[in-house]
Ligand binder design. Sequence first.
Ligand code: PHE
Length: 510
Amino acid sequence: QTSSASTGDLTTEILQALSQKDPINSTEAFPQIPFEFIKAALDRLASRSMVKYEQIEREEAFLEPEAEIIVSHGSHEARVFDAVHKALEGLSIQDLEKEIGDKTVTKLGQGKAFKEKWIKKDGSKLVALVDSINDVTRDQLRVIKETKTHDAKIIADLKKRKLLKLQKVISFTIHKAEKFALEMVKEETDLTAEMLASGAWKEATFKPYNFKALGADQHAGALHPLNKVRSEFRQIFFEMGFTEMPTNQFVESGFWNFDTLFVPQQHPARDLQDTFYVSDPPKAGRPTATGPDDKADYEEYFKNVQQVHQDGKYDSIGYRYPWAEDESLRLVLRTHTTSVSAAMLHKLAQQKDENGRVPPARYFSIDRVFRNETVDATHLCEFHQVEGVIADYGLTLGGLMEFMDMFFGAMGVTDLRYKPAYNPYTEPSMEIFSHHKGLNKLIEIGNSGIFRPEMLEAMGLPRDLRVFGFGLSLERPTMIKYGISNIRELLGHQVDLSFVQKNPAVRFDK
Ligand code: PHE
């Protein structure tokens, strides 16, 4: 507001100055006004063809504080000469120092005065060799103080001696143009009904549209980049017929997080090193119905899980170790959302009809998981997992690969590579890799597999139902899309809020 008000006055001042003299130089005519304001006013006048202008860039020299002292007191060497010259009998170095009152000035000045052959040493005293000297440095600095410039070589010399600094100064040469006048005609910004009715529109001058103008900053709230990417993923899932799983429970029992997934109780993932355990309350209750409509027999399921681990069941020999209920009822911050997939698949089993069939299903979730990791540029103790599950009949590993190609293809990630991997709950398992152009190498983008019968049959799902599962982090694609190399710029207390506000939504398919 202030700047537009001041450019408003300035346009009139420029027009007035031009009516007296053409051309004018902006620094002469308006020495106090910053060049940005002058340029804004000139652009307004030039867009109406009232003035023309050229921009001139010049380097000007300004005296450093030391140079100011030289201008007022003389150069070091001149001061030394004056002191020595004044003392007719010559001066001892101590007396010279006293006279000048500054050790460095004395030392530097002396050296230079010797070199110029203005003084010499006579016994223990300094005596003058000439009657008068020319203080060239002071003269040069005086000229520069006055005119802001000098010979290029002199400027370079003085700058090297740190007596000057150079500054770029922008000014304008301003001329009258075709539509020059003393007043700027008011330009209409809108065509109004009144102008149409009165015919005033015929005479009016309209302000041209400025298509380069940026919209006003709205200072509105903004979705965090992770949320933007999350909504993009959700869209892809919905378009592929998935429904969202409820993931609002961060604390799970070991039963849901591990045992249901056929993760043995001695598995390293269950170690304190990898998993955050909750100590209060000390343990979870055994799994029970989640509501009045939940008719599942959780006691039976609990027993099935124990048996398949300990003794084997469903044609599996199991792990053959003593399965401990206490371990199963420990509370953990969920290490993956696959615990939720397990609960959802167990619910799906309850939809069995009289022929023992359940309907095909597709579930997804995107939510937070926790792992006891050392925090570094690419790892935090918590991150977001994108998880998908597809249950159907006649599914094959080739079908899983085809699905993954389609899913990542929807995000613009193509040319996937698959590598055999191991998960306790899937067989076969595959890590998914993609070639990262920026890093020029294959990077892991997901983990997947076909859930094991030990897991599915314990839930009561039919034998010929196959279930794909896959998981990936939300952070990794977000970092790639937004060009972030340190995860702490994305999540946590070091996040710059303007980064959140200014970043556009990403489109994976663009
Ligand atoms: N739980 C796996 C992970 O955390 C992802 C996954 C889910 C893998 C389902 C296979 C099947 O990486």
